[in-house]
Design a protein around this ligand. Structure first.
Ligand code: 4G4
Length: 256
């Protein structure tokens, strides 16, 4: 069954435009995903299609009204299918690859609500299951955040990526950074492609990539090594990279 995404937004074109292109466009065409943007203004009842209003208590900016949102959520849910309803918000649970995996494994449709203006009437909380944040920064709207989720969840679904671009093979699926990639030419402005990659020795290439991924992670994101699922061979590599016994990261990963 296709993974379904319902998105409530005042800018449905942002969603449809991104999702009709490239890999997501193909996944849509193959019915591997089903992305349905809903225009919040279609759920207003006044002639001006009002979705925002002044904040109680004063202050600058506008607040998204609760009535159109509740009507939209109710209308989307009226087909009786079970859904996971999430609000894209800077206050939410931090989104990462493991949350993407969790959402991809969930058979329910995902209903995402995108806020605009200074924020949403807090009573929205009564109508959602959870709040999700894609990181500690503020966006002008939740649309980009919902696209990040649609994109990262979709590429984990069977058949969305081609055979040569499997999401299982990339190193983030082991919880560490990716290894360096190269393509032709073999030398560019004096910079050479590492010899091993031209050797045709697949075992050696595999070992080199693994070592490079671990090196990079230790240099750039050492905290990722704390939770990474490293093999015995990986830990030997890490041992060689930081022999200092007092190094917490190295120690925690070398404990059996
Ligand atoms: C809800 C409340 C998500 C939604 C307030 C949404 C950042 C993220 C929004 C707002 C968002 C994130 C207008 C601040 C929309 N910004 N980090 N903006 N704001 O996931």
């Amino acid at each position: 069954m296709a993974k379904g995404f319902d998105i409530i937004t005042i800018f449905p074109e942002i969603i449809s435009s991104y999702c009709s292109q490239s890999i997501l466009g193909k996944a849509n065409a193959k019915a591997l995903i089903d992305v349905k943007p809903y225009n919040l203004r279609d759920f207003t009842t006044d002639k001006h299609k009002t979705v925002d209003d002044y904040p109680y208590g004063g202050g600058s900016g506008m607040v998204m009204k609760i009535e159109p949102l509740q009507r939209a959520i109710e209308a989307v849910k009226s087909d009786g299918k079970t859904r996971r309803t999430i609000l894209m918000s800077p206050q939410g649970r931090r989104f990462d690859q493991s949350v993407a995996e969790e959402l991809a494994a969930d058979s329910r449709r995902l209903l995402m609500i995108c806020g605009r203006y200074e924020g949403i009437d807090d009573r929205i909380r009564s109508f959602i299951d959870e709040e999700v944040s894609i990181g500690d920064y503020v966006l002008t709207g939740g649309e980009l955040a919902s696209l990040v989720i649609i994109d990262s969840v979709s590429r984990l679904l069977p058949g969305v990526l081609g055979d040569d671009e499997s999401s299982k093979e990339e190193s983030f699926s082991w919880g560490i950074l990716d290894y360096p990639h190269y393509t032709r030419p073999p030398e560019f402005m004096g910079m050479k492609v590492p010899e091993v990659l031209l050797s045709g020795n697949h075992k050696e290439i595999e070992a080199w990539r693994r070592a490079e991924a671990i090196k990079r992670t230790l240099a750039l994101r050492p905290e990722l090594l704390d939770r990474a699922g490293l093999s015995k061979e990986d830990r030997k590599i890490l041992d060689g990279l930081c022999p200092d016994e007092s190094f917490d990261i190295q120690r925690s990963k070398t404990e059996e």
